[in-house]
Write a protein that binds this ligand. Structure first.
Ligand code: FES
Length: 221
């Protein structure tokens, strides 16, 4: 494999912001739906992670979002907590003119007789990301790269906490607003309320990739 900095096309002295920009640029260039290949995309992802791992060896760990409770992880690194997730589709909020900041949002949703795909609850088991848990319970939540490099799988955490260990695409401001990536994130609290399908929200739109067909692309590769 080429040297990680060469793969990203960035100088080894690049600061974190330059590195993130280069990663994002290369992700867009190598994404299978943008004319790249799954192999090139994975190479970019691996290079980025290798650089981060290397830098983390000499810096305090800041790759876990604030609010994470490390006490919820078992000694093998997996969470040992089963979380109950209450979810709401952003499209419902948009269609009905509701606000994501409304304190009564989930009460309204609960009283609105919505389809089970739009509103409901499921459990997330230890070892599952939020997206995996949704899929394992039969839901088709949006995603693209499944690697923390876009915003297609983004959710807004309204109550509770989620940890996303490799969350470098979202800005600090978005993270502060409770936006998390469901493909790499998992609840760290026993209950969690999230609005999913928030990829169309302002600011997130520009981080969106076309719907990803990674499994198909990989088998074609
Ligand atoms: S699907 Fe791209 S970051 Fe989750």
């Amino acid at each position: 494999m080429d040297a990680p900095y060469d793969v990203l096309g960035v100088d080894p002295g690049a600061d974190e912001a330059e590195l993130d920009r280069a990663y994002r640029r290369r992700v867009m260039e190598t994404h299978p739906d943008q004319g790249g290949s799954a192999r090139a995309f994975q190479q970019v992802k691996a290079a980025y992670e290798a650089i981060l791992d290397d830098r983390d060896d000499s810096a305090p760990d800041d790759r876990v979002d604030s609010g994470t409770d490390p006490g919820t992880e078992a000694s093998d690194g997996h969470r040992d907590v089963v979380s109950r997730v209450e979810y709401l589709d952003y499209e419902v909020i948009d269609d009905r003119g509701w606000s994501i900041d409304d304190d009564d949002l989930f009460s309204k949703a609960s009283a609105a007789d919505l389809a089970p795909t739009a509103y409901g609850e499921f459990l997330v088991n230890p070892g599952e990301t939020l997206l995996e848990a949704a899929e394992n319970r039969g839901f088709a939540w949006p995603y693209a790269c499944r690697g923390g490099a876009c915003a297609n799988c983004a959710v807004a955490v309204v109550e509770g906490e989620m940890a996303t260990p490799v969350d470098h695409v979202l800005s600090t401001e978005m993270v502060d607003r409770g936006i998390r990536l469901s493909c790499i994130g998992a609840p760290t609290t026993e209950t969690l309320r999230v609005v999913y399908n928030v990829k169309g929200m302002p600011d997130l739109d520009e981080l969106k990739l076309p719907p990803y067909r990674f499994e198909r692309s990989r088998s074609d590769d």
